[in-house]
Design a protein around this ligand. Structure first.
Ligand SMILES: Cc1cc2nc3c(=O)[nH]c(=O)nc-3n(C[C@H](O)[C@H](O)[C@H](O)COP(=O)(O)O)c2cc1C
Length: 206
């Protein structure tokens, strides 16, 4: 089983959902030592590719005209994420809620890997997923509380949408939430999240 661990906290330390995601990974490893884990720490990569003008100009050239060296280099950097993405059986996606949505590099990473005719295709009945027998779990750190639906955020809803679109089965999200707005809740939230991470690790392998 190949696990792709995608980390997107921009801070270098203190990310609560990163701690929970790492615990989840360690728990899976303890239960099934033969799993292969590949980690992408998106904010630990320099330089990080962009889906910019060179990349899109290159994409629209198609077969008719060769890409410039710069277009090719930038396209390879971004779309090169696809090989590991397609090879994985399980995606563990850590994110921190920034501005009610996902960190920018995670969106860029998803632009690089979620592509028509690779992860989904359009049919007369709407889009259809092309990834089979793959699972994902989203571990999401948020300042406020969103999992009860009392407030709206677009991070988890986007992850749910885009992975389902690709045909990936999602385990329930682990929300590591509410600590910024209620620091006294730290111990309770982390305890609950650690327990849930252990439960989800078992569920993943069941
Ligand atoms: C740049 C930035 C933007 C943020 N935007 C939001 C937000 O829109 N809503 C919210 O509830 N918390 C927001 N927060 C708080 C984080 O979501 C919170 O600190 C959370 O714990 C981060 O997750 P992590 O600790 O698991 O990395 C923001 C924090 C930063 C640094």
């Amino acid at each position: 089983m190949k696990i792709l661990f995608i980390k997107s906290a921009a801070v270098s330390s203190g990310s609560k959902s990163t701690e929970i995601a790492e615990l989840f990974i360690n728990e899976v490893k303890a239960l099934k030592p033969e799993v292969e884990i590949k980690t992408f720490d998106l904010y630990g990569m320099e330089p990080f590719p962009e889906q910019d003008r060179d990349v899109l100009n290159g994409m629209f050239k198609g077969e008719s005209e060769p890409m410039t060296a710069l277009e090719e280099e930038k396209s390879k950097a971004l779309y090169g994420f696809q090989d590991d993405f397609l090879a994985a059986d399980v995606y563990v996606i850590q994110s921190s809620l920034y501005n009610w949505a996902l960190p920018g590099r995670l969106m860029t990473y998803l632009d690089g890997v979620m592509k028509p005719n690779i992860t989904y295709k359009y049919t007369a009945n709407g889009p259809q997923g092309l990834l089979e027998n793959k699972k994902a779990i989203h571990i999401h750190g948020c300042g406020g509380i969103y999992s009860d639906g009392s407030q709206q955020e677009f991070g988890d809803s986007y992850i749910q949408f885009i992975f389902k679109l690709a045909g990936v089965e999602l385990l329930p999200t682990i929300w590591v939430e509410g600590i910024d707005f209620n620091p006294d809740a730290y111990d309770d939230v982390m305890k609950k999240s650690r327990e849930l991470a252990k439960e989800m690790a078992k569920k993943l392998l069941a």
